[in-house]
Design a protein around this ligand. Structure first.
Ligand code: EPZ
Length: 417
């Protein structure tokens, strides 16, 4: 298993282009299965989660090729409605294929997506919505048999929590269902709008994405489409944090500033200067980062939970004490034990983390516990005195396209071995 070595202390400068959004490319690839035609998806990042999605699509009997950052899917032929256990275990967010496969095949057979490093990842909201759309769900031996005997039909759905995945699965199931579907209290994340934009370009009729009420008018059939995935706002936040903790100044190209308002606000609160110019943002670090009294993770447009570990790593070097409140996942602080190996002063209790900023961190040997927690360790290592080793980097490879190459371009002393 490879690991990352970082000799901290280099001031990051220069320019890189930000990858396509992991949390958009996964549902959009699932949606290509629904189209029953050839689709071309651009700006797809090279991630292990994307590789798994390609395997799932091929396992369904569709053609799927990734060349560079473009994925071509030919879903005219589809021969299976099953997502095997090994692929579900490889990527728990495979559950986003559920709505698309039922929409296309009238049934789906998936292994129950287990929990993950962030805690139990229930899908009760997904399943209760699908049941209202005519799906029968039976569970045996850890597998979910989902069948729409009479076909999928539209429904009026209220989500008790604006779940991103549940909103996506409902949209996918409703796109070609009989009749109309309304989702109340829908998730408003930009990735939902990217999915709706792709489906509408394939002939769907989806209105209101990005708001908390989404209307989907079921259509008979979809057709192929070409689409470019939106930039990854969490990857952008990660590189901004790398600059912030090294006293650097970097420019990120191919970002969508309107998707990053809460993230840009956080870096300004820490004392960074940010300058937006079209689809690029330049961030300059202050002499010493300022504490942020309280940062709360919330659903969009609040501060994203996925940027929580990234923000917390920055606050470890700020002057003063900051408080981070994690409101979305139950167990998102596992990485902080690894962060403490760098000398970070972090205390966690329940959903609260209290960070006492330090003027400097010291190099450490550590291991990733999850994707964004792994990013936090990279940020700490870039600021630390000495050479750090980061193990279990498969977590990082799930969500970052060539983070080592990008950071080296910005002047980091970093290598993978
Ligand atoms: C998506 O996960 C993202 N994953 C997550 O990114 C992100 O953290 C999350 O949205 C919140 O923004 C992808 O898009 C592939 P949720 P998802 O359903 O859909 C509870 C990353 O590292 N819940 O909005 O699983 C759930 O337990 C990943 O990039 C239910 O209780 O998130 C959690 O506490 C991590 N029942 C909360 O809602 C359900 O049926 C948010 O979950 C569904 C969710």
């Amino acid at each position: 298993m490879s690991e990352i070595l970082i000799k901290g202390g280099n001031r990051l400068t220069g320019k890189i282009s930000v990858q396509g959004a992991k949390n958009s490319v996964l549902p959009v690839l699932a949606a290509t299965v629904l189209c029953g035609d050839r689709c071309v998806i651009h700006n797809c990042p090279t991630l292990s989660d994307v590789e798994t999605s390609v395997k799932i699509i091929r396992n369904l009997g569709c053609g799927c090729e990734k060349t560079g950052n473009t994925v071509t899917v030919d879903s005219r032929e589809i021969t299976s409605f099953e997502i095997p256990d090994d692929l579900m275990r490889e990527m728990r967010s495979s559950v986003v294929f559920l709505g698309a496969v039922i929409g296309r095949m009238g049934k789906a057979y998936i292994s129950s997506p287990g929990g993950c490093e962030l805690g139990p990842r229930p899908i009760d909201l997904h399943l209760s919505a699908l049941k209202h759309m005519g799906v029968t769900v039976t569970e045996e031996h850890g597998y979910l048999h989902c069948t729409a005997e009479q076909g999928l039909h539209g429904a009026e759905i209220h989500l008790t929590f604006p779940s991103v995945g549940a909103t996506e699965n409902i949209i996918l199931a409703a796109a070609t269902a009989k009749g109309n579907t309304t989702i109340h209290n829908a998730a408003k994340e930009p990735e939902i709008s990217d999915l709706a934009d792709f489906l509408n370009s394939a002939g769907a009729r989806i209105y209101g994405s990005g708001s908390d009420t989404i209307q989907i008018y079921g259509v008979e059939k979809l057709h192929g489409a070409e689409h470019a995935i939106i930039p990854d706002r969490i990857a952008a936040a990660t590189y901004m944090a790398c600059a912030a903790v090294t006293g650097g100044k970097i420019t990120l190209e191919n970002v969508m500033p309107p998707h990053m308002v809460s993230i840009l606000w956080f870096f300004k609160e820490c004392g960074c200067e940010t300058e937006i110019s079209g689809k690029s943002v330049t961030v300059s670090a202050p002499e010493r980062l300022c504490r942020v009294p309280t940062v709360r993770s919330l659903v969009y447009p609040g501060f994203p939970t996925d940027a929580g570990p990234i923000a917390l790593a920055v606050l470890c070097l700020a002057e003063g004490t900051s408080v981070f409140v994690e409101n979305i996942f139950e167990n998102r602080f596992r990485y902080t034990d690894e962060l403490k190996r760098f000398g970070a002063q972090v205390k966690t209790q329940g959903k609260i983390a209290v960070v006492e900023g330090r003027p400097a961190l010291s190099a450490a040997d550590c291991a990733c516990t999850d994707l964004r927690g792994g990013a936090a360790l990279v940020i700490a290592a870039l600021a630390a005195d000495g050479v750090s080793t980061i193990k279990e980097i498969h977590h990082i490879e799930r969500g970052y396209d060539d983070i080592v190459g990008n950071l080296r371009t910005l002047g980091a002393d970093i290598q993978e071995q």
